[in-house]
Design a protein around this ligand. Sequence first.
Ligand SMILES: Nc1nc2c(ncn2[C@@H]2O[C@H](COP(=O)(O)OP(=O)(O)OP(=O)(O)O)[C@@H](O)[C@H]2O)c(=O)[nH]1
Ligand SMILES: [Mg+2]
Ligand SMILES: [Zn+2]
Length: 315
Amino acid sequence: MTRRPARATGKAVPPPGAARGRGRVIAAHGRHYLVAPTDGGAPLQCFPRGKKSEVAVGDLVQYEAASADQGVIVDIEERRNLLYRSDQFKSKLFASNLDQLLIVLATEPFFSEDLLGRALVAADAHGLDAVIVLNKVDVAAALPTARTRLAPYRALGYKILEMAVRGAPEAAREALSATLGGRSTLLLGQSGMGKSTLVNLVVPNAEAATREISSALNSGKHTTTFTRLYALPDGGALIDSPGFQEFGLYHLSEGQLERGFPEFRPLLTGCRFYNCRHLHEPGCAILAAVADGRIAPTRHALYAQLVHEASQVVR
Ligand SMILES: Nc1nc2c(ncn2[C@@H]2O[C@H](COP(=O)(O)OP(=O)(O)OP(=O)(O)O)[C@@H](O)[C@H]2O)c(=O)[nH]1
Ligand SMILES: [Mg+2]
Ligand SMILES: [Zn+2]
């Protein structure tokens, strides 16, 4: 039963007693994965055993080799964490076993503050550090607006790195080196912000590797269509992902949501009711802070929207 889909698509099937290997999932495109053996061999094209298995880039897996370059993923090792987004009906995996999120914004195209806020909450809920990159600071006309929009996030304590990855590559490399070294980092951001340009700056031969995988996984070339992990020369990994327009967080609890807003945290014990949802409750310390300007109304609106979305899920 489990191997039938493999035959149907013409994929090689491991012979009985096939050699098992251990590897890291370095690319995902639909149900096709590339697995880099941990012992350093060439990556294998793998598909998961069984219809429902969900494999994420960053996973450490056990595979059975069907041939020198094809295999079947038979087991996923326990993950440190798994970042994903979700709506009412389904979830979509970003990547696993991460240390931090690099949220890539740019002076242009105009970035979405809604997506930025969601990424920051997701990072916190999944136990990841978050760093914001403001790219394309060489686009002088759009820089003041971008800085003004980001000032409140800087005031909240988020780390923001300004750079021009294409415009001033050496300075960008310098700004990134201390942040990326030895850590597993996922790049997240809307299309056109410069995620892949950043990868190509930091990872030698990334461009060539991307072309290779584009043809192996049958996808386009310019805009990124699959998630791809690159080992960094000095240790750690950088994961490029396709630009996204939606970041549903229907899977987060209300506790995770309220803690995901750093400006809420010191006030949470000040609400009259211990189970206050900070929406309409009397004696709410968060609503009081919104009313007198200590918390931005847009941030509270995002919180309320996320609570609403989370309540739509049948748990
Ligand atoms: N002006 C300017 N343009 C840049 C800079 N960095 C990247 N770009 C350009 O921005 C465009 C988009 O860059 P990509 O790296 O493909 O963006 P991406 O975030 O990977 O986009 P998706 O793969 O669609 O998600 C390209 O034309 C880059 O050359 C920069 O520092 N300054
Ligand atoms: Mg890209
Ligand atoms: Zn409250």
